[in-house]
Design a protein around this ligand. Structure first.
Ligand code: ZN
Ligand code: ZN
Length: 214
């Protein structure tokens, strides 16, 4: 019922935020965060637009939309100032675009995003145990993704997070209508990477706690 990582045409998604929300509502979701790709070139504009959107989104229409960003392909030392900037502007969900196995993400990005205090480290690839432990210490979610390619290292992320006690979140990272699946289909991906029903429930409760706090 929750998906805190997806894209609209404010970056490289194909749908307006309104249609993203409408399609997630139709699939049975209750809360989403729209987290468009940002670096220094577009962050002011994206934040202004998504905040304008969420401010006007009616509270009684069945789905809550949180304003988010995904700090993407930035240099490691840029995480700290940009995370601070996003928090100051009122962004609720900050995703760090982690060291995916299918993109040339700068080495050290996982560590820098965690140190800067993102909320979710997306597709962190072959994340090291030291970084999993840092995520645990800082209460940052590590992502299991349903997105093709990025999902190649889901099993590694799930295994290390469960063994070392870090929080997990599952998200779609959707860009197109066909990427928007149902909550049940998301849970199936979590089972496929080795999570038990208990672990899925426990992680959902932790996510609900996070959502109450923001
Ligand atoms: Zn993208
Ligand atoms: Zn993304």
């Amino acid at each position: 019922m929750y998906n805190l990582h997806c894209h609209s045409l404010l970056s490289d998604g194909v749908l307006l935020p309104s249609e993203v929300a409408a399609r997630y509502l139709d699939k049975g979701f209750k809360v989403i965060a729209i987290t468009d790709h940002c670096d220094y070139s577009n962050i002011k504009h994206v934040i202004k637009s998504i905040l304008e959107f969420t401010r006007h989104w009616p509270k009684d229409c069945g789905i809550k939309v949180l304003p988010g960003v995904e700090l993407t392909h930035i240099q490691p030392k840029q995480f700290k100032p940009l995370v601070k900037y996003c928090r100051g502007k009122g962004i609720k969900v900050i995703v760090g675009h982690g060291e995916s196995p299918v993109e040339p993400v700068v080495k050290g990005t996982n560590r820098a995003a965690l140190e800067a205090g993102v909320d979710i480290l997306a597709h962190p690839g072959k994340i090291s145990d030291a970084d999993v432990l840092l995520a645990k210490k800082k209460g940052i979610f590590l992502e299991i993704t349903t997105r093709r390619g990025h999902s190649n290292t889901n099993k590694h992320v799930a295994d290390r997070a469960c063994k070392l006690g870090a929080k997990l979140v599952i998200s779609t990272d959707s860009h197109h209508p066909e990427d928007i699946i149902t909550p049940d289909q998301m849970a199936k991906v979590a089972v496929k990477v080795g999570l038990s029903t208990n672990q899925i429930t426990q992680n959902r409760r932790i996510l609900e706690y996070f959502l109450r706090k923001i």
